[in-house]
Design a protein around this ligand. Structure first.
Ligand SMILES: *Cc1c(COP(=O)(O)O)cnc(C)c1O
Length: 356
């Protein structure tokens, strides 16, 4: 499909950031956005790149009432030689369509998904920050815009992509986070929407997150929704526990997100000489193994932070430090290797990098 590029009037151009250390995450957006519309009987139409601007939405439209919405998150990096790289965007395209299927939304052809992102990033490449740890965060989104109050799949959708220059996640160094294991609220149940990247999952997680913050924790670790016994994942990260050179993570059984970073860690692990076990683990076992020192490190994986070291875990008011509470060698190795591949400092054996 042809993508039209609409003019960007001078007065709509925003001031670029002057201090990359002040970027933060997802607060500033670039000058343009990509959008395509899907209409029943027509399919995808009118793909275009236009000035970034608010939408005018009918107050009755379906997304605002019944949350028919999906999204993705990935990053573009500017390498030292000035070239631009995306990290495994085909996986995001596939996952987006997996989410779309679960939410009864139309499939976005993979080449439209990729071409929309690539043309937009190319046009906005001046917005990609270059200092260590920074990147351009890419947020593909689809919303249901038919104005009707009946509960049904929409007959009209917007698929759009916005871009946000983001700062180094660990501005003050690679700090371990403290995580609270949630044993009252649940995130997902078998047969539910846990494997879809859909807005409602995050709205319903806010309460647990706030309560954890109040107690001094950064995020929550969800347990399975039936028995509240097996570990699942963290807010927007998959979770790994290291027993020496063996790493254990929850299996993909429909209730957790199939993370691109998770998949990359699993693939890298054998390359780096580690063993991976994707299996159900009870939280009681995790706590006992942290206590006895069998668990030597823990980390989360997700696009925003790439790898996040977990320094402490709290379950039923018992807080335990993991390892020495600092960043473990294996955690650091995964972080360095993945970010090295993403930024072109380590050669990409796996064909993960997609250059623009
Ligand atoms: C996005 C997300 C992840 C991480 O996925 P990546 O593809 O690695 O960024 C993990 N869990 C949840 C719930 C998420 O939304």
């Amino acid at each position: 499909m042809e993508i039209r590029v609409l003019p960007l009037p001078q007065e709509k151009m925003k001031a670029k950031f002057s201090d990359e250390s002040q970027l933060g995450f997802g607060k500033l957006f670039t000058d343009r956005m990509f959008i395509a519309e899907w209409k029943v009987g027509q399919g995808w139409v009118d793909a275009r790149i236009e000035p970034y601007a608010p939408f005018s939405l009918d107050p009755a439209c379906l997304v605002l009432h019944y949350a028919q919405e999906i999204f993705e998150g990935l990053k573009a990096y500017k390498w030292q030689d000035g070239s631009i790289a995306l990290f495994r965007p085909e996986m995001n395209a596939r996952r987006f369509n997996h989410s779309a299927d679960r939410m009864c939304m139309p499939e976005v052809p993979e080449d439209l998904f990729l071409k929309g992102i690539e043309e937009l990033v190319r046009l906005e490449s001046d917005w990609i920050p270059t200092s260590a740890g920074t990147s351009l965060y890419i947020r593909p989104t689809m919303i249901a815009v038919e104005p009707v109050l009946g509960v049904k799949p929409s007959d009209h959708y917007y698929f759009y992509v916005i871009l946000s220059p983001v700062g180094a996640y660990y501005a003050s160094g690679f700090n371990p986070v403290k995580i609270m294991v949630e044993d009252r609220y649940v995130r997902a149940v078998p047969g539910g929407t846990g494997e879809a990247k859909t807005g409602g999952n995050y709205a319903s997680s806010l309460k647990a997150g706030l309560e954890a913050k109040k107690k001094g924790f950064d995020q929550v670790l969800w347990l399975d929704g039936i028995e509240r016994r097996y570990i699942e994942e963290v807010g927007a990260m998959n979770m790994f526990f290291a027993y020496g050179n063996t790493i254990v993570t929850a299996p993909l059984e429909g209730t957790i997100l199939n993370g691109v970073t998770r998949n990359s860690v699993v693939t890298l692990a054998s390359e780096l000489g580690f063993k991976v076990e994707e299996r159900k683990v009870e939280i009681d076992t995790i706590m006992a193994d942290i206590g006895s020192g069998k668990i030597t490190e823990a980390f989360g994986s997700g696009t925003a932070a790439v790898i996040s070291s977990v320094g402490a875990l709290c379950y039923k008011d018992q807080t335990l430090s993991i390892g020495n509470g600092g960043v473990g060698t294996l955690t650091q190795k995964f972080y360095d290797t993945l970010t090295g591949i993403q930024t072109g400092h380590i050669s990409d054996k796996f064909g993960w990098v997609r250059k623009l």
